[in-house]
Design a protein around this ligand. Structure first.
Ligand SMILES: Cc1cc2nc3c(=O)[nH]c(=O)nc-3n(C[C@H](O)[C@H](O)[C@H](O)COP(=O)(O)OP(=O)(O)OC[C@H]3O[C@@H](n4cnc5c(N)ncnc54)[C@H](O)[C@@H]3O)c2cc1C
Ligand code: SF4
Length: 491
């Protein structure tokens, strides 16, 4: 074996972990990914990393994962050490190894003019092996601080914050309003994208480390922040950003028009055996509004439920297939990439703006959408500022419409009533230590950043834990994440 491997990428083509055949996977709710590959194949993929002087991939990763280090450790077959390096920056590498859109990969030096290292696949392979071999075990603290912290919300931000604070010796209780723990990892993202046993085994680890979980408790209405502060030395609000964005056009009140999130949540509950089918796409013409993650998951769920036809409408124009001149490497590419959901079928329609929902037979249920074809004028940030209508009154038949056009902030009215303020993004406003307007009450994850990604939520959870530890103890030995917007400092 070569000691160094600056030319591994010349000998081995990029081969990320693949997905199962769309025709097969559409018939079940099992994960869409193929099983991992052979040892020698994995090591060759690690060998493709050049260990560049400036690891631009780490700049692409929101938590600054130590990517070249674990690539090299995989190449050498030192899997356990690779797992330790992965956990150094990320509490739950399987959450990201399965669901992250991998902004690290277009930032990889090889992506300048060749195929990037299969970073996300290696991350997944390392953590999969860690679980298979029993290397991931509870790590309870050796000493307790005597301080008590309440974490509100059990999504990736809340769980990362809880694990970090518990490891720093504080007694942590997580409050969750739902019956299930895991936030959107459990009740938003479908099983076929992330199987729920993966959340459960992490929760087991957290419980064995000493974290207490209380489900079915909605903080705010049921228990005020003031009461929580009396019982705990600090509070972290990691309540997500699940306030839906609405489509305000005539006909919105018709039957058969739903938000995408309750649709996905109902299917997740059904898969877990906790609910019957609330909204069923079987034999229906389904139209999904919104081109993002939630929209893609609605498309894929509708196919699995036996929809007759699925169209996904985006108000934006179709992005170019290759990078435009003003979007060079290593910036995140603004190019078109087919989603896993559309690989399985369905039509993607772009640059269509909905103007009405119609009920032709006057039975109170939606029969069609009316849309206009538009062209947008964008500002320098790529935001839509003005539209030109190219064609009006286009009809698209629909028996079921799923609205998945994004979220407009945290469901935080109860907290606003108790003295917290909201930022422009609809999230909870905080100072540079992630503390809200109330002393000792912090916020993190989507609740603060606005709807984002799992990897950002984990980073925010790690950062807020460090701030809370500093608030409680005067200093903290918890590591900060490297890239989040409010990186904690030592002063
Ligand atoms: C359908 C869908 C698919 C997605 N797919 C991806 C993907 O593929 N990759 C990716 O990186 N990201 C994806 N995301 C985004 C990702 O899931 C979120 O960014 C991430 O889960 C945010 O984590 P969080 O901990 O901040 O909040 P959440 O995961 O939203 O968790 C917040 C938790 O707080 C609880 N809560 C709220 N209010 C209260 C209260 N008052 N009292 C007690 N509990 C409360 C909620 O019930 C929830 O459990 C997806 C999002 C959606 C909706
Ligand atoms: S967390 Fe996401 S961005 Fe970071 S290394 Fe993993 S796949 Fe890449």
């Amino acid at each position: 074996m070569d000691e160094n491997h600056p030319d591994g990428f010349l000998r081995h083509p990029r081969e990320p972990i693949g997905k199962r055949d769309p025709r097969e996977r559409i018939g079940d709710h099992r994960e869409i990914y193929a099983p991992s590959w052979r040892e020698d194949h994995l090591r060759q993929q690690g060998e493709r990393c050049m260990d560049c002087g400036v690891p631009t991939c780490m700049g692409g990763c929101p938590i600054g994962n130590l990517i070249p280090e674990w690539n090299d450790l995989v190449y050498r077959g030192h899997w356990r050490e690779a797992l330790a390096r992965l956990h150094a920056t990320n509490n739950f590498p399987e959450f990201t190894g399965y669901t992250c859109p991998a902004p690290c990969e277009p930032a990889c030096t090889l992506a300048y003019n060749a195929d990037a290292v299969a970073i996300k696949s290696l991350e997944r392979a390392i953590v999969d092996r860690g679980w298979e071999r029993g290397w991931i075990r509870p790590e309870p603290p050796s000493r307790r601080s005597g301080k008590r912290v309440a974490v509100v919300g059990s999504g990736p931000a809340g769980l990362a914050c809880a694990q970090q604070l518990n490891r720093a010796g504080h007694a942590v209780t997580v409050f969750e309003r739902d019956e299930a723990l895991g936030g959107l990892m459990t009740l938003g993202i479908p099983d076929f994208k992330f199987a729920k046993h993966q959340v459960e085994r992490r929760l087991d680890q957290l419980r064995e480390e000493g974290i207490e979980f209380r489900t079915g408790v909605e903080i705010g209405p049921a228990m005020s922040l003031a009461r929580l502060r009396e019982r705990f030395d600090a509070v972290c609000l990691a309540i997500g950003a699940q306030q839906h964005r609405e489509v305000t056009v005539p006909g919105r009140e018709l039957r058969g028009i739903h938000f995408g999130m309750p649709y996905l949540t109902a299917e997740n509950r059904r898969q877990a055996g906790r609910d019957s089918l609330a909204i069923d796409a079987r034999d229906k013409r389904v139209v999904v509004l919104g081109g993002g993650d939630t929209g893609a998951d609605c498309v894929a769920t509708a196919h699995r439920q036996g929809a007759l036809d699925v169209a996904q409408i985006s108000v934006r124009e179709q992005p170019p297939m290759t990078r435009p001149a003003d979007n060079p490497w290593p910036w995140q590419p603004r190019t078109y990439e087919q989603t896993y959901a559309l690989e399985e079928g369905g039509r993607a329609l772009f640059a269509l703006n909905v103007t009405a929902f119609v009920d032709d037979d006057e039975d109170g249920a939606v029969d069609a959408l009316v849309v206009e074809r538009v062209k947008w004028t964008l500002d320098s940030q790529g935001r839509r500022v003005d539209k030109t209508v190219l064609e009006e009154d286009i009809r698209i038949a629909a028996d079921l419409v799923l609205i998945a056009i994004g979220f407009q902030g945290a469901q935080a009215q109860a907290f606003v009533d108790q003295g917290l303020t909201l930022a422009d993004n609809g999230g909870l406003a905080t100072d540079e230590t992630m503390m809200t307007d109330l002393d000792g009450v912090f916020a993190s994850g989507d609740a603060r950043r606005g709807a984002s990604l799992v990897v950002w939520a984990i980073g925010e959870g790690r950062d807020v834990a460090r701030h809370i530890d500093t608030y409680l103890m005067g200093a903290s030995r918890l590591p900060p994440s490297l890239q989040t917007l409010t990186p904690p400092t030592d002063d």
